[in-house]
Write a protein of this length. Structure first.
Length: 269
């Protein structure tokens, strides 16, 4: 069981991609310039990690535009893509790259993702991350993902601390319920020295993210995950969603990490 870290400041990740479930949510950045500006505005409100599906052919440009504005941690998605299609991301200057620890099976109204990630591919990811000094963000959807992580740890292919994002209530074959029972059950089996962030799709986000904040874990918000500021009311943009989670954290009494503090927690230089 991972020890509770009462004094660890909250790391807020904002995901800047579009929503594949809520098709009425069009208020997300699309161009490198829009992505950089939105990332900066979220940074000003307290988000320290930007999870970005970097535009193909414009990955480095997008990263450079963000770097010109702030020292936000840039986390490059998307994890369903096979390693051979992500060469540009590894050359972009990102701090982190998203790695799916299991079969990627998502089911949305107008989009389907169904890709198998073999253990050999995960091993190659880890070796390439070490070579390029990019930190893997391991997407952890169920206990099978935890088995894969331990497989990599046992082979000395990943370095502490392990940065994990736990996913709940995303539709498809990797679905898991966004309930406190599921949340605590999965945490129970995670390796020591894990830095844990949480992504929840749909209205259950309002239950699980406050719980994560209270027990010392970290959170992810954004249009991609849940674009509503409250049920039935779309947020104006990602900035409003960041403001809301920062306000909630302050009400709970947990301080929010700045970029240098977040990098120390994550294990980034």
């Amino acid at each position: 069981m991972i020890e509770k870290k009462n004094n660890e400041k909250l790391i807020v990740t904002v995901t800047l991609a579009d929503s594949l479930l809520y098709l009425d949510a069009h208020n997300y950045p699309k161009t490198p310039e829009e992505i950089a500006e939105t990332a900066y505005r979220c940074y000003e409100e307290g988000a320290v990690i930007a999870h970005i599906h970097l535009p193909k052919g414009k990955c480095k440009k997008t990263v450079d535009l963000i770097r010109d504005k702030c020292d936000m941690v840039i986390q490059a998605g998307m994890s369903s893509d096979p390693i051979e299609e992500r060469k540009e991301l590894f050359e972009s200057g990102s701090d982190m790259i998203s790695v799916m620890l299991s079969h990627h099976d998502e089911y949305f109204p107008v989009s389907r993702e169904n890709r198998l990630h073999l253990k050999e591919e995960l091993e190659d990811y880890c070796r390439l991350c070490r070579k390029t000094k990019i930190k893997p963000e391991f997407e952890t959807w169920h206990l099978g993902s935890v088995w894969s992580l331990n497989y990599l740890i046992e082979r000395n292919l990943v370095d502490k601390p392990y940065f994990l994002t736990l996913f709940f209530n995303w539709p498809g074959g990797n679905w898991s319920p966004a309930t406190p029972d599921e949340f605590f059950h999965r945490i129970k089996y995670l390796p020591v020295d894990s830095v844990i962030s949480v992504s929840v799709m749909q209205t259950q986000q309002k239950i699980i993210l406050p719980l994560a904040i209270v027990i010392g874990k970290h959170v992810r918000v954004g249009i991609e995950d849940y674009p509503y500021i409250k049920e039935g009311v779309l947020a104006k943009d990602n900035v409003e969603l960041v403001k809301n989670i920062i306000r909630l954290s302050k009400e709970i009494g947990r301080e929010v990490a700045d970029p240098s503090e977040a990098k120390k927690i994550i294990g980034l230089p």
